[in-house]
Design a protein around this ligand. Structure first.
Ligand code: G3I
Length: 362
């Protein structure tokens, strides 16, 4: 068994443990053993060779001291929520701006954290010079090759996982009609993995998507893609299950079994963007269901031999992307707007403290 060595402050007591639950949530609160309650998530997860991560809003990291303290103490990996995206790092053609991303990488290194690089090839958050430009197919292919190569090279040796291709499928399992599919054809996916591997052979390369946590046409398609690519020798190392859930749809079933299907391919798996939103206002019952949602994602990961990280998409309701995207919804994170732990936080602690994991090659 391989144990992750994490650099953590000695005998860290979670400062969150000192705070009361955001609401009365006696069932979820009582679940956590006393021993679990006073340890940060990263320490509990280290016992089980799992990195527990968060997406980071770098503006909050710079300006909000409690946010910074919790980001550094609770998590053992970080994902830039926005600052490694193409529109940020190359806002004008040929003008690169890695400043914010570099700052986050330095923060991670100071805190003994790994970095999940997010994201190289996506249909969203592309710079306007690219989406509005008039390029030939050959030019676009070269632009994409350069973007993947330059970005991975810039961070070479400092990125643990790259989300190389993000959200390439529709819900019915067909490929998404993106600029990349339209202009380059489906081969862009294999190309991107090959270019990324060439630029940093040690980084683990992931395909990442949402609504693939359970079995269905979309996760079947991703499974097929990964199986095919690996059979062709394309360097795909892992699959990221984003884990954006909403309790109003009911919690998904069969998640652990679905993770096992990917596990059986021999690829690494990861929960990369967990959050569980609800129709507002929140109440105790919704928060308990939310806690179950987080727990089922973490359980699926813990049961999969090759699941190496569990990342939440932000840790506080203060800075969530959800209310801006889904009107009337929110409260999706594990801490409330004032950083008080919610039942979901306690459920993660309890799950990490109470699990038994199959052994793995790591
Ligand atoms: O940076 C600009 C700022 O200059 C401008 O003044 C402001 C005005 O709206 O917008 C800012 O950009 C916003 C950006 O986040 C940074 O805050 C965009 O409008 C906003 O659309 C963007 O949202 C991000 C979203 O991806 C875009 O699709 C969310 O923060 C981010 O959490 C979200 O993350 C994605 C993952 O990358 C992939 N999986 C799904 C996940 C949730 O949508």
């Amino acid at each position: 068994m391989k144990v992750l060595r994490l650099v953590t402050a000695a005998a860290v007591t979670s400062t969150l443990a000192l705070l009361p639950l955001a609401t009365a949530g006696p069932a979820a609160g009582a679940e956590a053993s006393a021993a679990a309650r006073d340890r940060p998530l990263r320490q509990l997860a280290a016992d089980d060779r799992l990195r527990v991560g968060t997406a980071v809003d770098t503006t909050a990291l710079a300006e909000d001291a409690p946010y910074r303290r919790i980001a550094g103490s609770e998590f053992s990996s970080v994902t830039p929520e926005n600052v490694m995206k193409w529109e940020v790092i190359e806002p004008r053609r040929g003008e690169y701006d890695y400043a914010e991303a570099d700052r986050l990488v330095r923060f991670a290194e100071r805190h003994g954290q790994k970095v999940r690089g997010h994201v190289l090839v996506w249909h969203s958050q592309l710079p306007s010079w690219l989406t509005e430009g008039d390029f030939t197919k050959e030019e676009l292919r070269e632009i994409l090759r350069r973007h993947v190569t330059d970005t991975v090279r810039h961070f070479k040796g400092r990125i643990w996982h790259w989300d190389v291709v993000n959200e390439a499928f529709n819900e019915d399992g067909t490929l998404r009609d993106s600029i990349w599919l339209r202009e380059l054809g489906p081969g862009y996916i294999a190309d991107a993995f090959r270019w990324a591997h060439e630029a940093d052979p040690r980084a683990k390369l992931f395909y990442n998507d949402y609504n693939i946590e359970w079995a269905g046409p979309k996760s079947d398609a991703v499974l097929d893609l990964v199986r095919t690519l690996r059979a062709e020798g394309v360097p795909v190392d892992g699959v990221g299950f984003q884990g954006h859930l909403g309790i109003q749809y009911g919690l998904p079933g069969g998640v652990a079994a679905n993770f096992q299907r990917f596990d059986a391919l021999g690829v690494q798996t990861a929960v990369t963007e967990a959050d569980v939103r609800m129709v507002m206002p929140a109440d105790d019952e919704k928060l308990r269901t939310q806690a179950e949602g987080y727990r089922l994602l973490l359980d699926a990961c813990l049961r999969a031999r090759h699941c190496v990280s569990f990342t939440v998409w932000g840790f506080t309701d203060k800075y969530s992307w959800v209310p801006d995207t889904f009107e009337g919804e929110g409260a999706a994170n594990i801490l409330d707007e004032t950083y008080r732990p919610k039942p979901a936080y306690r459920a993660l602690q309890a799950a990490l403290a109470g699990r038994a994991r199959p052994t793995t090659s790591g």
